[in-house]
Write a protein that binds this ligand. Structure first.
Ligand SMILES: [Fe+2]
Length: 191
């Protein structure tokens, strides 16, 4: 009998925003980006625009209140389906990203966080997909498992995954801006 011992949980769904809310958030993000204090940490070996250094606490901002609530609902659907059912989680970081022509993000994980995700807020055609890597892709796994897989980036799509999962964003070769919202959850002890 052949058994599958380990697996990587991965969640994909959509969150639809009405046009008014989408417009409000889009204008907010582009306005924040234009203030020019966005920087990426030195260890990020990529060219992109991100609020990560000056501000990764946008989950406390009123403009994201409704979206964050919807993300929470999906997160709890995700963890209720597996062994993490007894855990309590809280969103501890949320930051904004824009990928303009030539921008991409190299392979990375989200370090010591527990659960991470990405909301594909505004994804014009051909502005880049997300690549997910097999957790053992640093080792030789040829012949045992695919090295990597692609998640099609489409406006409104939400993806959730364990923070240890390596991922990357393909280069945007177009003149259109790709806008995403990234976030992390940490475990909390309610006792
Ligand atoms: Fe990431």
């Amino acid at each position: 009998m052949i058994q599958q011992l380990f697996y990587t949980p991965f969640y994909e769904d959509t969150i639809e925003l009405d046009s008014e809310e989408h417009k409000t958030i889009r204008n907010f993000i582009l306005d924040e980006e234009s203030k020019s204090d966005w920087r990426v940490p030195e260890e990020w070996l990529c060219e992109m625009n991100s609020s990560f250094v000056p501000n990764k606490k946008y989950h406390h901002h009123q403009v994201f209140k409704s979206l964050v609530k919807k993300i929470h609902t999906h997160v709890y659907k995700f963890i209720d389906n597996d062994d993490f059912v007894s855990e309590h989680l809280e969103m501890n970081e949320l930051w904004l990203n824009t990928y303009r022509k030539g921008h991409s993000q190299e392979r990375h994980d989200h370090g010591s966080c527990f659960l991470s995700g990405n909301y594909f807020f505004d994804i014009p055609k051909n502005t880049g997909d997300v690549i997910l890597y097999h957790p053992l892709s640093n080792k030789v796994i040829d012949g045992w498992a695919p090295y990597a897989g692609k998640v099609k980036s489409e406006t409104g799509k939400l993806i959730l995954f364990p923070s240890y999962l390596y991922h990357a964003v393909e280069r945007n070769h177009t003149d259109n801006v790709r806008i995403t919202i990234s976030f992390n959850y940490q475990r909390i002890n309610r006792s």
